[in-house]
Design a protein around this ligand. Structure first.
Ligand SMILES: Nc1nc2c(ncn2[C@@H]2O[C@H](COP(=O)(O)OP(=O)(O)OP(=O)(O)O)[C@@H](O)[C@H]2O)c(=O)[nH]1
Ligand SMILES: [Mg+2]
Length: 212
């Protein structure tokens, strides 16, 4: 490992594809710090990652829900520092078995991954807090994992409507102490990208110990 990697300041556009893992056993060494992007299928997780890293084609995006079927790891310019694109949940067009399989692997990843510093939950600002989103929020609360919510595709709404939606989301999440950041976001207009980078840097550079 390049010794410079330990002291370089974090740069998101240094992101490089590292590996795709179908199962927890296939993930890179569980050392250092990583932040994972979760959310329902088609919510805009991969697009958010591309906007944050300013690398247009880093994570594959698609109009067809269910594009990201593996746990995709991207390394940053710091030793053992990663961003992770998780498979979307709630994709209807796959078989029940396949769905169960993904959810099992996702569950293993979330429960066991020691280097996970926080979760970014990506939701469409027009359809926020689906049942599965709420489950994820409750899971983070229970497991004391910091959560950042990106209410994305804000460019699809007028600003006033987007603001109203944000207030509704904030109201519903008031009781959850795990919610560290709630950000109005758009991969298209880049709204919220800087705020998100600041929060991610804080998580990834923080001196927090590995999860208990
Ligand atoms: N207008 C607009 N469209 C967006 C935005 N973010 C994503 N999209 C579109 O939404 C669709 C899904 O985006 P992806 O980033 O592939 O979604 P995903 O959550 O990674 O989906 P899966 O990998 O299937 O789970 C694509 O057609 C994107 O171009 C946004 O901020 N604004
Ligand atoms: Mg994706």
């Amino acid at each position: 490992m390049d010794p410079d990697l330990t002291k370089k300041s974090l740069s998101f556009n240094s992101a490089r594809f590292l590996i795709s893992a179908p199962r927890l056993e296939d993930c890179p060494l569980d050392a250092g710090a990583e932040v994972a992007f979760a959310g329902r299928s088609n919510a805009g997780k991969s697009s958010a990652l591309n906007a944050i890293t300013a690398i247009g084609k880093l994570a594959r995006t698609s109009k067809t829900p269910g594009r990201t079927r593996l746990i995709n790891f991207f390394s940053l310019n710091r030793e053992n520092t990663r961003l992770v694109d998780l498979p979307g949940y709630g994709y209807a067009k796959v078989s029940r078995d396949m769905k169960d399989d993904w959810q099992k692997h996702l569950g293993h990843y979330l429960n066991d991954r020691q280097s996970l510093r926080g979760l970014v939950l990506v939701m469409d600002i027009r359809h926020p807090l689906t049942d599965f989103d709420q489950m994820m929020v409750e899971w983070c609360e229970h497991n004391k994992l910091p959560l950042m919510i990106l209410a994305t595709k804000a460019d699809k709404l007028k600003f006033g409507q987007a603001k109203t939606s944000m207030l509704e989301i904030a109201g519903k999440l008031k009781a959850f102490t795990c919610v560290a950041h709630l950000i109005m976001f758009s991969a298209t207009s880049k709204r919220g990208v800087d705020e998100c980078r600041v929060a991610l840097t804080d998580w990834l550079e923080g001196s927090k110990e590995a999860r208990e």
